[in-house]
Design a protein around this ligand. Structure first.
Ligand code: EPZ
Length: 422
């Protein structure tokens, strides 16, 4: 297993290109199952999760080819050779559940393994299943698999989500495009990845309104065609790299970033004393001298502060002047980065879903363990500002969601290198 060694090296300067969004691409790819014509995605990120989703689609009989070194994905699924999403693949990547809605909508049957939990929480999929049942699907749970049937096709229905779920909204949205009649999704997720999916589905011929708000209305159509769609910029990668100059000083321009993708996050950076400005090429972030101010953060569904930036923001608050309270309201176990940051000298008190951080002047480098995707990158950020050397182990977590971190940070002056493990 590879490790990454980061040595505190002072202020950063330069530009970091932001890739296409992992969490948009992972829902755009299953959309190919809705049509027998090719779907091409441009600006696709080069990540291990994308490779996993490609393998899953191929296991169903879809064809996936990568052009331009993986930045372009050309997919087509004329006729599926299998309708079973196997536990072996699904357990590695929970987003695999997103093939359920499209497969059911297109062919009237699907067998998908339940994903099981992951490091940050139980991650049930009951809301995905409830939405499909509201569209007439017959579901049966057998030996860890969901057996879904819609012999006469799905029919339009009203889905009132009791809590906001990105994945359940995506599954329901894709399924509804081919359902007979009108579907209304209430209390739908409003993330930019939902809007990006709706844009792509409209290019394929779907009739969708209200995406980006809490109520999405879909008029089902008989069939969808092919399309070419650019994957939206990754707002979580963007926020992550915006924190690099914030935590160790300097000035960095994140190319391709737009403020509307990270509004609530930028408000917190501003309150912490970080300069953020939108340029014609992206977002410029700088921190003059002096310590960052501590701010309180509560994670919420979009447009609130994203849970996927909580770990990274905690790293910044570990070096802030004062005490900050971080409340994690989305997942039940998303503070596993805290004990690792404490190995670096951070002062963090965790009680349930609340972490209280008292900033220190300087963190100290140490060997630390990555536990999940966003926790791993928060340790890299902490290492940028720490005195001495930080060794982040198990960086396979990192590779799921961040393209060539060491190159992007190295190009703006960080001392960072990857050491391959045995
Ligand atoms: C998506 O996960 C993202 N993953 C996550 O990013 C992100 O943290 C999350 O949305 C929230 O923004 C992808 O898009 C691939 P949810 P998802 O359904 O869809 C509960 C990353 O680091 N829930 O919005 O699984 C659930 O337990 C990953 O890139 C149910 O109870 O998240 C959680 O508490 C991590 N029943 C809350 O809802 C359900 O059926 C929000 O989950 C579904 C969800």
């Amino acid at each position: 297993m590879d490790s990454i060694i980061v040595t505190g090296n002072g202020p950063l300067k330069g530009q970091i290109p932001i890739a296409g969004a992992k969490n948009a691409c992972l829902t755009l790819m299953p959309a190919t199952l809705l049509s027998d014509e090719p779907l091409t995605l441009t600006n696709a990120p080069r990540l291990s999760d994308i490779k996993t989703m490609s393998a899953l689609l191929e296991s169903l009989g879809a064809e996936v080819s990568q052009l331009q070194d993986g930045k372009v994905l050309v997919m087509s699924s004329h006729a599926l050779s299998s309708h079973v999403a196997d536990y072996d693949i699904v357990r590695k990547m929970r987003a695999s559940i997103l093939v359920l809605g499209p497969m059911l909508a297109r062919d009237g049957h699907a067998v998908v393994s339940l994903p099981g939990g992951c490091a940050i929480g139980a991650r049930p999929v009951d809301l995905h299943l409830r939405a499909l049942e509201a569209m007439g699907a017959e579901l049966e749970l057998k030996e860890g698999y969901v057996h879904a049937k819609a012999p006469n096709g799905l029919k339009g229905g009203t889905v009132d989500f009791p809590l906001v779920s990105v994945g359940a909204t995506e599954n329901a949205l894709m399924a509804a495009t081919l359902a007979k009649g009108t579907t209304v999704l209430k209390n739908a997720a409003r993330e930019p990845e939902i809007v990006d999916l709706a844009d792509c589905l409209r290019r394929m011929g779907a009739q969708i309104e209200g995406d980006g708000t809490g109520t999405i209305t879909i008029q089902g159509v008989d069939r969808l065609g092919g399309a070419t769609h650019p994957v939206v910029a990754d707002r979580i990668e963007l926020g992550t790299y915006m924190l690099a100059p914030a935590i160790c000083g300097g000035e960095v321009e994140c190319l391709g970033g737009r403020i509307n993708l990270v509004g609530a996050f930028c408000e917190k950076l501003d309150a912490a004393g970080i300069d953020v400005s939108e340029t014609d090429k992206g977002i410029k972030v700088s921190r003059k001298n002096g310590r960052v101010k501590s701010v309180d953060v509560t994670t919420e569904p979009f447009p609130g502060f994203p849970t996927d930036l909580q770990a990274q923001m905690m790293a910044l608050m570990c070096t802030a002047d004062g005490t900050s309270v971080l409340e994690e309201k989305i997942f039940e176990n998303r503070f596993m980065h805290a004990p690792e940051l404490m190995r670096m000298g951070a002062h963090i008190d965790v009680h349930g879903g609340t972490a209280t951080v008292t900033g220190v002047e300087r963190l100290k480098g140490a060997p630390v363990m990555a536990t999940d995707l966003r926790a791993s990158v928060s340790l890299i950020l902490a290492g940028l500002a720490a005195e001495g050397e930080t060794i982040v182990n198990r960086v396979y977590h990192l590779d799921r969601g961040y393209e060539s971190v060491e190159e992007k940070l190295g190009n703006v002056g960080a001392r960072i290198e990857r050491v391959s493990g045995q």
